[in-house]
Design a protein around this ligand. Structure first.
Ligand code: ZN
Ligand code: ZN
Length: 546
């Protein structure tokens, strides 16, 4: 008998139920009804437990007989049996893997039960051990299909984690509300996050854990111990909260930041109140989170920093598909402390949105000249994001390109070309003497479209020969070049550019993500062209006018 079941506690159980119903692919109406009921109960002034006992809870709007029955069970037994059953059965990452394999959550859970596994990792193991055939309903054909899909998953497809900007916002918000520090994958600026974590230093863990359970971003807490809890976020992603004793905060922060391989190589971690203390006690230099992917104990290079960026060389305006004018974008760039900004609107071949012809670009030049006059000494550069046509030619005549200060060359259409042709096509474009930089070189959209077939090593050779820069595009669903390719480019000495590809004033803020991606590839300021003043930007390739 639960005497003092408060409204918030009841609402929270209903929310958990809704989340798990969603994960289990049950009727979306049922899940929504439970969420609405939870919200209602949370805002009801009277003690709902009393209404339930008095048989009057259905007087609250939106509470039907199904929800009433479960509320009664909750008040009488302190639990909802079906909820406990769901919590036992549904592992969010297992359901996620099922989705990727093209099986519904219910079927994924059935398969997991038949195999006696609980997590995605265990399911992969069982499949690799040839055990899928033990599952009723899985014949040789289905097994082959699932195995092939699992193989593709490990080869090409990154797990469908949360995109970096959302992951950082989420852990940042939770950390701020609890007075803690954001950790997990987003702290390392990993392109997608599967491990979200927040670490709080406190001698009173219960208070922090209680506060965690009431956060709006956390719909359900699946697991809670004295100093740790796993909550499921509104997106269905687990978030780990660690409440560290103040004297061990640094230790727990290193551990929760990861990666697992990096931490494992440092274990056993000494106790320390801050990260610096942990590294001091280990006798190794502090390591920026961006470099904590694999084991590393040595001195990290002086990575490029956001504050060293002097301008953005790829952005759009209302002339193509941007939402701000040339002058608005330039003023926003000044607000970020930049010295220059290249306006790179699309060309006609881009197709889906408006592209600028040579005539358009000459008219745009007048507007850019006005902005330069108004905003001097700030410099707005005349640029273009010029499509690379299927044959490697550019979408503007050379005579036009010669007038421009900065030319981004981009593959937008024809991305399914086989590797040889795609590589040849891009190489051809990089040979054009007016091209300054190759945009989003691999053409991927994270979680949506795989990378183009393109020989990156060949690309790096050509970029080096031609002294064309490679872009590290900061759009959160691109982050292209990605970290591993950045590292190859840095080792080869190819110039990089950190750009936002902003389509709005707000979009200019993605520079942080571009710089972090460059840092994950070990880039220093010397590797990144737009850390330089404008007059030395192009190196020996081409002098800028004025
Ligand atoms: Zn583009
Ligand atoms: Zn663009």
């Amino acid at each position: 008998m639960q005497e003092h079941l408060r409204n918030t506690a009841i609402a929270e159980r209903l929310d958990s139920f809704a989340t798990l119903l969603e994960l289990a692919d049950a009727s979306p109406y049922a899940a929504r009804a439970y969420r609405r009921a939870a919200e209602l109960i949370r805002t009801t002034k009277a003690p709902v437990a009393d209404l339930i006992r008095a048989g009057r809870v259905r007087e609250l709007r939106g509470i039907g007989p199904g929800i009433e029955a479960r509320l009664r069970e909750l008040v009488e037994t302190g639990e909802i049996a079906e909820l406990e059953e769901l919590e036992r059965r549904v592992s969010p990452d297992l359901v996620g893997l099922g989705r990727y394999l093209g099986i519904g959550a219910r079927r994924a859970v059935q398969i997991a039960q038949a195999l006696g596994v609980r997590t995605a990792a265990e399911l992969r193991e069982a499949a690799a051990a040839g055990r899928l055939r033990q599952v009723p309903g899985i014949g040789p054909q289905t097994e082959a299909k699932l195995l092939a899909a699992l193989e593709r998953e490990s080869d090409h497809r990154p797990a469908r984690g949360m995109l970096l900007h959302r992951a950082r916002l989420l852990v940042g918000t939770v950390a701020e509300l609890l007075g803690g520090t954001a950790a997990g994958d987003p702290r390392r600026f990993k392109e997608t996050s599967e491990h979200l974590a927040v670490v709080v230093a406190s001698a009173r863990p219960k208070r922090v854990l209680d506060a965690f359970e009431t956060l709006p971003a956390i719909v359900s807490v699946l697991d809670r111990t004295a100093r740790r809890a796993y909550g499921v976020t509104v997106e269905g992603v687990p978030l780990e909260l660690v409440v560290a004793e103040p004297g061990r905060f640094g230790t727990e922060l290193v551990r929760a930041t990861g990666s697992a391989a990096y931490v494992a190589a440092l274990e056993p971690l000494p106790d320390a109140p801050d990260e610096e203390g942990v590294y001091r006690a280990l006798g190794i230099p502090w390591c920026p989170p961006e470099l904590r992917e694999g084991p590393l104990r040595g001195e990290p290079p002086p990575l490029v920093e956001l504050g060293q960026i002097r301008g953005d060389l790829h952005c759009h305006t209302t002339w193509s598909d941007g939402s701000a004018t040339v002058e608005e974008m330039a003023r926003a760039a000044i607000g970020r402390g930049y010295e220059y900004l290249a306006i790179c609107d699309h060309t006609p071949a881009v197709g889906a949105v408006r592209g600028l012809t040579a005539d358009d670009l000459r008219r745009q030049a007048l507007e850019i000249a006005d902005a330069n006059e108004a905003l001097a000494p700030f410099r707005v550069l005349r640029g273009s994001e010029c499509d690379i046509l299927p044959d490697g030619q550019l979408d503007l005549p050379d005579s036009m390109l010669a007038e421009l200060d900065w030319v981004q060359a981009s593959v937008h259409g024809g991305q399914r070309l086989p590797k040889r042709e795609q590589t040849k096509r891009v190489e051809e474009a990089l040979r054009n003497p007016y091209v300054s930089c190759l945009s989003h070189p691999k053409g991927r959209y994270i979680n949506r479209r795989p990378e183009n077939e393109l020989d990156v090593e060949r690309l790096i050779e050509v970029a080096l020969e031609e002294q064309v820069a490679l872009e590290v595009n900061g759009l959160p669903d691109r982050l292209d070049l990605r970290d591993v390719y950045v590292r190859l480019a840095v080792e080869a000495g190819v110039p990089l550019v950190c750009s936002t590809d902003a389509h709005s004033i707000r979009g200019l803020g993605n520079m942080e993500l571009s710089v972090a991606t460059a840092r994950r590839g070990w880039a220093t300021a010397a590797d990144v062209l737009n850390t330089r003043p404008l007059d030395s930007l192009l190196g020996g390739r081409r002098a800028l006018p004025g």
